[in-house]
Design a binder for this molecule. Structure first.
Ligand code: A3P
Length: 323
């Protein structure tokens, strides 16, 4: 029976994956969940299974674009901006614009989630070029892309704001009040580096090095710069993706139009983002909060801030990364 062969193959692959995962160093996250260290970063078993399937089975296309980030660093915004850039000639601001019909996470799926099954149906990816996203570290992503000239765009953000954003998000998806005790245990995990996709600094440095080695294919963006200088950053992104704004477009306000469409205020108020849910069951609205630089000041104690500042200072010493 022809169908038996792939089934057996799948079973063998799953077994191999489980064996590999159980041989890795392990530790526990702030909430007691087990994490495994793979290629320098920590992941839970479900995500890791997706990563291993991805590394084994992904077939890159030269035009693929991957949006990468540490969680809560501006992923949703970067996804929206990328979609809006690529769609601009097709839709401008008409009613059938993809951003009005789906949340940015529905439009740009995570590779580690697509590959929860070892042989996913990639024909359902409708965007052209194909748009993917990931929270895995650079070396892990790169391994699967091999020598493909895919474009990788990374966004990173101040570690303190990432921590507070993550705390809010976690409470929102658990539908609980924001508890200080949870912030404190998350803080401890962040500082130890034992957190899903962490250590934070390893993650950021992996893409920073990647962008230095291969600037044509890896773009390193900063959330804070996107906030202070959105026009410049959007034009940089458009050039990097090979779709620069023409003089006519710039004169007709196309840059501002995209920034308005993708602004936190606008996205948050779209019907699709007020009511919908992602494939993982997260309310779309949980991805849009304040988007304020330095908001963590309102929640972290001076001691917590100092500890993070010291970690950041030590771990990023020698890089030209500016905070
Ligand atoms: P805050 O919790 O600090 O408000 P991610 O998209 O990686 O999950 O990151 C979520 C953070 O990005 C949240 O930060 C959220 O409010 C902010 N964000 C979401 N959409 C945004 C947008 N269009 N512009 C600016 N920030 C945005």
């Amino acid at each position: 029976d022809e169908k038996e062969i792939p089934k057996n193959q799948q079973r063998e692959d799953d077994e191999e994956t489980m064996n590999l995962i159980s041989s890795l160093p392990s530790d526990v996250d702030f909430d007691g969940k087990k994490l495994f260290k793979y290629q320098g970063c920590w992941y839970n078993d479900i995500i890791l299974q997706g990563i291993l399937n991805f590394q084994r089975g992904f077939e890159p296309q030269d035009t693929d674009i991957v949006i990468a980030s540490f969680p809560k660093s501006g992923t949703t915004w970067l996804k929206a901006l990328t979609v809006a850039l690529l769609e601009r000639s097709k839709h401008s601001s008409s009613d059938d614009h993809p951003l009005l019909l789906d949340n940015p996470h529905g439009l740009v799926p995570y590779l580690e989630l697509i590959f929860q099954t070892s042989k996913p149906d990639m024909t359902s990816i409708s965007s052209s070029p194909r748009l993917f996203s990931t929270h895995m570290a650079f070396q892990t992503l790169r391994e699967a892309l091999q020598n493909s000239p895919c474009k990788i765009v990374y966004v990173w953000r101040n570690m303190k704001d990432v921590l507070v954003s993550f705390w809010y998000f976690k409470c929102a998806i658990l539908k609980i009040e924001e508890e200080r005790s949870m912030l404190e245990s998350m803080f401890a995990s962040f500082c130890r580096g034992v957190i899903n996709n962490g250590p934070f600094w390893e993650h950021v440095l992996s893409y920073w090095k990647g962008s230095l080695e291969d600037p044509k294919n890896v773009l390193f963006l900063k959330y804070e710069e996107l906030k202070t200088d959105p026009n410049v950053q959007l034009k940089k992104l458009a050039e990097f993706l090979g779709c620069p704004f023409t003089v006519e477009e710039e004169e007709s306000g196309s840059v501002e139009e995209i920034l308005d469409l993708c602004s936190l205020r606008n996205l948050k108020n779209l019907e699709i983002n007020k009511t919908g849910k992602t494939a993982r069951g997260f309310d779309h609205k949980t991805f849009f909060r304040k988007g304020q630089v330095g908001d963590s000041k309102n929640y972290l104690t001076p001691e917590m801030e100092k500890r993070i500042d010291m970690i950041v200072e030590e771990k990023f010493r020698g890089s030209d990364i500016k905070f």
